[in-house]
Design a protein around this ligand. Structure first.
Ligand code: GRG
Length: 308
């Protein structure tokens, strides 16, 4: 056997695999947005969309789509349009969230926010353009009942029964103390729903919507979503603007209830560990069905230890 063949046989490590997923998302994203369409690329909202879309970001949602797709044996080409579309929806939500009428932030993904770089009107249009393009990409990739269902799931999770509902609760909850049940609901909707859409989209594309796999991955998504947000709450108080690439201390400044403001830092860390362990339990159930969950297990732990 030649050395090249030997090299190819070596299992790929978590960091390499994560980078490979992230790179394939990066390579496809601008393309799916239509950045190569010269007749439109000079339009300011198109430039503003691309500015935010290509500003980096961890690409967790599309990475989850690609990883679950691979776990289920789905073709990457089948999952990629949905992965790109979800990242566009996520980026639109960040642009709108940063607007003065919402969180009024001046830094995102280590750069001036979209409305600071362009202006409020163009940032609003950039978000709208990303959202509409996302559904255009999804419609173009809709070839059967399964892909139609996957598109409907994404629309629901991004809408008022999902992220928009959560954002609305978040606005309502400012300057008032909310209880744990409301906080959990807010987080599940605002953050959890898009992550759930990422994890369940490939399951639906693989026609496994009725299987045990769906139930287990839904449980995994619930715990991962909460863990992700609790970590975000923690980073808001322990990190720096330089590391995070966005403002810190915002939750306290805008009088928001978070796991940290409600329970303090140490208890929030315990909540985080509990959610991560519960997510691991779900993955253990999946591996008992014969699925290779190694990447998802490492991603779960990476999200626990991430510093941005
Ligand atoms: C405006 C409809 C609308 C919704 C806004 C995204 C959002 C909802 C608000 C942003 C504030 C926030 C803390 C949201 C929770 C979700 C979250 C942690 C977003 C940041 O996601 P990351 O960490 O960001 O994946 P990158 O930049 O890495 O993509």
């Amino acid at each position: 056997m030649s050395t090249t063949e030997l090299k190819q046989a070596e299992p790929i490590g978590f960091s390499e695999q994560l980078l490979a997923y992230q790179q394939s998302v990066e390579n496809n994203l601008a393309c799916y947005f239509g950045a190569n369409d010269e007749s439109w690329s000079s339009l300011i909202p198109v430039q503003a969309s691309l500015y935010s879309l290509m500003a980096g970001g961890k690409r967790i949602r599309p990475v989850l789509i690609l990883a679950v797709a691979e776990l289920l044996g789905l073709e990457k080409s089948q999952a990629m349009p949905f992965a790109a579309a979800l990242e566009m929806i996520h980026t639109y939500s960040l642009i709108h969230d940063d607007l003065p009428c919402m969180d009024n932030d001046d830094m995102r993904r280590g750069k001036p926010t979209c409305h600071v770089k362009f202006n409020e009107a163009y940032a609003l249009l950039a978000g709208d353009a990303l959202l509409n393009r996302a559904y255009e990409v999804i419609f173009k990739a809709t070839v059967d009942g399964a892909s139609a269902k996957a598109g409907a799931l994404i629309a629901q999770m991004a809408g008022f029964k999902g992220m928009i509902g959560g954002q609305s609760l978040d606005l309502w909850a400012e300057n008032q103390k909310i209880d744990e049940t409301t906080l959990l609901r807010l987080h599940r909707l605002k953050t959890g729903c898009l992550l759930k859409a990422a994890i369940l989209t490939p399951v639906i594309l693989a026609n496994k919507g009725e299987d045990q796999v769906y139930t287990i991955l839904e449980k995994f998504a619930d715990h991962l979503g909460l863990a992700f947000q609790i970590k975000d709450d923690i980073l808001d108080v322990v990190s720096t603007k330089e590391t995070l690439g966005k403002s810190i201390g915002k939750d306290q400044d805008s009088n928001k209830s978070t796991f940290v403001t409600l329970y303090g830092l140490e208890k929030a860390k315990l909540f985080l560990q509990w959610e991560i362990t519960s997510a691991e339990d779900a993955l253990e159930q999946l591996s008992q069905l014969g699925y290779n969950t190694a990447f998802l297990r490492d991603l779960n732990s990476y999200l626990l230890h991430r510093d941005k």
